[in-house]
Design a protein around this ligand. Structure first.
Ligand code: SAH
Ligand code: SF4
Ligand code: F3S
Length: 440
């Protein structure tokens, strides 16, 4: 087979993981990956549906990437899962496949290439099946994602994920450990355990004591076991739901050195009334108490968060509660979004939708406050030593860029190639989004 494929990836880490597995599968089947879309016979767009105009964005990506050479256009991920057969109305799209069926993509591509079918839709929801079809990784980087859990049962009223990724499903522990071991044996140094809600992970233990029922492991136990694997230098996980964050997980942070002292723990809002309408399952006070408790158990811990402004009926006073919460926590980094009504979610039908100009204004105010806290945190790093895993070259000659334990970009100068290696860096100066230092 001489056909080349190009894959364009959007969305969260789950999509990055899936897209790498798609590359593995298609390469194994004999197709060749190209990083030049105009050279591709097969165009794959792997999509995200979390915020507005998702479908339109996909169509404009297809227009931008399709050439006279393109024989197959396949759209995967969360947009086809949400749009269902509507997506095939676009004349350019041959294959629309959901996030749970990428193991069948080779077959679908061959069907279209051979002229057997022109249009295929597959949005089946059998999460475990795709994991059963994982093929050996073709490329292993120094930092690799491992999916441990998928889907979400939380049904926050604004969110499409429970509809696009399905119910919560935890992969078998033994599969996770084997996949991680293989990555470490092939050069990975950092492992990032991923899932929509990793702290609701619950899966049967790999070891059976004769005569005993199988135990169930939660993420706390999984982390401890993975931390022992040879070759592992750094371990992260993302993302967590505040209500499922246990004391045991905080203790694991305090006692396991390879686990970074950093966690993403989205607050979304600081107003109890809005949190309730969002169905988040906790109040602002409960969230703050949890973080304070975390700091007392593991003093080095730092947090990042997501926020939504302009949720239906949000008043100025609700918004001020969000500002207050951010000022109390002092996040190292935060992501904030304007509320975007998503088809078929309860919040989209709520009264009191907020006009866009109000959302814009609130977003600007919130981002200014968050940026200020972020800069203050960055300044507090000056003079300190951090271990950095370098992953790319910088803008200027001899510059290398890597990540410290807080996932911040750290920039240094070096005569030798630092890519894929760890180095100790003393922080010398900081900017809003990066940290500059000297390699020891
Ligand atoms: N499972 C993860 C995040 C999923 S989406 C979690 O719960 O943390 C990432 C972020 O996108 C969310 O935390 C939320 O802040 C934002 N988001 C989700 N739906 C949104 C919507 N309809 N409008 C605006 N932002 C949204
Ligand atoms: Fe969406 Fe809420 Fe689930 Fe996160 S926890 S994926 S925001 S429904
Ligand atoms: Fe987007 Fe789907 Fe991830 S909607 S955020 S790609 S789970």
């Amino acid at each position: 087979m001489s056909e080349k494929f190009f894959i364009d990836v959007h969305g969260c880490q789950m999509n990055v993981y899936d897209s790498r597995r798609i590359v593995d599968t298609l390469t194994e089947a004999g197709f060749t990956k190209t990083s030049n879309s105009s050279d591709a016979d097969i165009l794959i767009v792997y999509t995200c549906n979390i915020r507005e105009k998702a479908a339109q964005k996909v169509f404009s990506r297809i227009r931008a990437l399709k050439t006279s050479k393109t024989k197959v256009v396949a759209i995967g991920g969360c947009v086809p899962q949400a749009e269902k057969k509507n997506i095939l109305k676009n004349k350019d799209i041959n294959i629309a496949f959901g996030p749970q069926v990428y193991h069948k993509l080779t077959r679908y591509i061959l069907e279209v290439l051979s002229g057997q079918t022109e249009k295929i839709l597959d949005i089946e929801f059998e999460q475990e099946k795709k994991f059963g079809h994982l093929v050996r990784r073709k490329e292993v980087s120094h930092s690799e994602f491992v999916t441990i859990q998928e889907g979400c049962d939380n049904f926050c009223t604004y969110c499409v994920v429970p509809y696009t990724r399905g119910r919560e499903y935890s992969r078998p522990v033994i599969d996770i450990i084997n996949e991680t071991k293989e990555l470490l044996q092939n050069g990975a140094k950092e492992i990032i355990l991923i899932g929509q809600n990793v702290n609701s992970f619950a899966s049967e233990a790999p070891y059976i004591n004769i005569g005993q029922p199988k135990a169930v492991w939660r993420i706390e136990r999984l982390i401890q076991e993975i931390a022992e694997l040879d070759g592992l230098k750094r371990l992260r996980y993302t993302t967590s739901h505040p209500k499922d964050f246990t004391n045991e997980l905080m203790e694991v942070h305090a006692k396991i050195p390879v686990l970074v002292p950093f966690t993403h723990i989205p607050a979304q809002s600081g107003s109890d009334r809005i949190l309730k309408m969002m169905n988040r399952g906790h109040t602002a006070k409960e969230y703050l108490n949890k973080l304070a408790n975390f700091r007392s158990i593991c003093p080095r811990i730092q947090f990042s968060s997501d926020f939504i402004v302009g949720f239906p009926s949000e008043t100025n006073s609700d918004f001020e509660d969000t500002l207050k919460l951010t000022e109390e926590v002092k996040y190292t980094i935060s992501y904030s979004f304007k509320y975007s009504p998503r088809k078929n979610t309860p919040a989209a039908a709520m009264e009191g939708q907020i006009p866009d100009d109000v959302k814009n204004e609130r977003l600007q105010i919130l981002q200014a406050v968050l940026m200020k806290a972020q800069l203050e945190f960055n300044k507090s790093l000056i003079g300190q030593k951090y271990e950095v895993l370098f992953d790319k070259i910088g803008k200027y000659d001899k510059q290398y860029v890597g990540k410290n334990v807080y996932s911040q970009s750290v920039i240094v100068e070096s005569d030798s190639n630092m890519i894929g290696t760890f180095g100790d860096v003393i922080v010398e100066r900081v900017g809003q989004n990066s940290v500059f230092g000297k390699l020891l």
